[in-house]
Design a protein around this ligand. Structure first.
Ligand code: ADP
Ligand code: MG
Length: 356
């Protein structure tokens, strides 16, 4: 009688703790997915620092160089040693603060992440100082003592060789259409919302900036200077609000395109409590309204700024804060639909009337 070979018993693999540097690099790859994500984090930091002017310079789609300069409050010398450590922030202290947070940032992860996937150099000066400091970081720590240097008001952050240590990602990004278009798009969005701040975005070596906005009290002016006259002259102002705690509480104001605006794809610029976010449900819902009311202009341009009670918005659902989750989202989406619909119908009727 033959003996069957004993089934091979697999030993369970051992579990071990990952090295902190490995953990940090994995996390960094998630926060900084592409060059445009780094630009978003840096510009939001500049906004949080009360800047009135923010300029962005990009080389090689952001892979070679991203430079963001602002005229904000700067960073204290004493804070430079921990500036790029993970979970160091000036914006949040206890978990409960998240409920009412007004700043864009709060996770204290962006700068740290950048130092794990690129070479970061910070130049900064705070008010009343005669000179600034410059220091470079790698893997969360300073590479050298901060050096005194000449500086104008604010902070300049430079990231070089993004993803130098992530070969696969660098390759995909190099092969894909470059991120510069995405960066220009991002800055355009910021520029039409934060109209009290001047923005510029320029490709390295280019004489002209691709986004160039100056602070203005008029949103329409800002839209004109960023998106052009063809967009600006075909917009209708919209406003709506609700104050019924049993259904929804919000305020909304914005601009939507009229029947003369014809485009290949929808542009939806959405800010919720001053955060640039995406909300696919709302975008689709509004497209449906356009298809039904203005079939020939069914790819609209929409700028909307929605303000909700902070406790109705969960900002912490996504590491890049690209999405937020809203209380009563369905009710709000339906209300926006009906406002847009009635505005479009009215404008269409008055147009037909004028033409007659
Ligand atoms: P977070 O924005 O979540 O706090 P970051 O890693 O983006 O985390 O930034 C860490 C800290 O560095 C911020 O809390 C802020 O105090 C400081 N900081 C970053 N960028 C700037 C800037 N441009 N101007 C002034 N302070 C800055
Ligand atoms: Mg930040």
């Amino acid at each position: 009688m033959e003996i069957e070979p004993a089934e091979e018993v697999k030993e369970p693999p051992r579990i071990h703790r990952l090295d902190e540097s490995v953990v940090n690099r994995i996390a960094a790859g998630e926060v900084i997915q592409r060059p445009v994500s780094a630009v978003k984090e840096l510009v939001e930091n500049s906004l949080d620092a009360s800047s009135t002017s923010i300029s962005v310079l990009v080389k090689d789609g952001g892979l070679k160089l991203i430079q963001v300069s602002d005229d904000g409050h700067g960073i204290r010398y004493e804070d430079l040693p921990i500036l790029c450590e993970r979970h160091t922030t000036s914006k949040l202290s206890k978990y409960e603060d998240l409920q009412s947070i007004k700043s864009m940032g709060f996770r204290g992860e962006a700068l740290a992440s950048m130092t794990y996937v690129g070479h970061v150099t910070v130049t900064t000066i705070t008010r009343g100082q005669l000179h600034g400091y410059r220091v470079s970081y790698r893997d969360g720590v300073m590479e050298n003592e901060p050096k005194a240097c000449a500086a104008v008001k604010g902070t300049q952050i430079v990231i070089e060789n993004l993803f130098y240590n992530m070969i696969a990602r660098r390759k995909t990004l190099q092969n894909s259409a470059d991120d510069y278009t995405k960066i220009v798009d991002l800055l355009s969005r910021f520029a039409i919302h934060h109209i009290d701040v001047s923005f510029s975005c320029r490709k390295h070596g280019a004489a002209r900036a691709d986004v160039h906005s100056v602070a203005t009290p008029s949103r329409l002016n800002a839209i004109r200077s960023v998106y052009g006259l063809l967009v600006a002259q075909n917009l209708i102002k919209i406003e709506a609000s609700d104050n019924d705690p049993s259904s929804s509480v919000f305020e909304m104001d914005g601009f939507i395109s009229n029947s003369n605006y014809v485009a290949k794809k929808t542009t939806m610029v959405l800010f919720i409590n001053d955060r640039l976010v995406e909300c696919t449900a709302l975008k689709r819902a509004l497209e449906v309204v356009y298809v039904a009311t203005l079939p020939k202009a069914s790819k609209p341009f929409i700028y909307m700024s929605i303000t909700l009670p902070p406790e109705h918005v969960d900002v912490n659902v996504h590491p890049t804060k690209r999405e937020v989750s809203l209380l009563n989202q369905e009710v709000i989406v339906e209300k926006m639909q009906s406002v847009v619909e009635s505005v479009l119908r009215n404008s269409n009727e008055s147009r037909t009337f004028q033409e007659q």
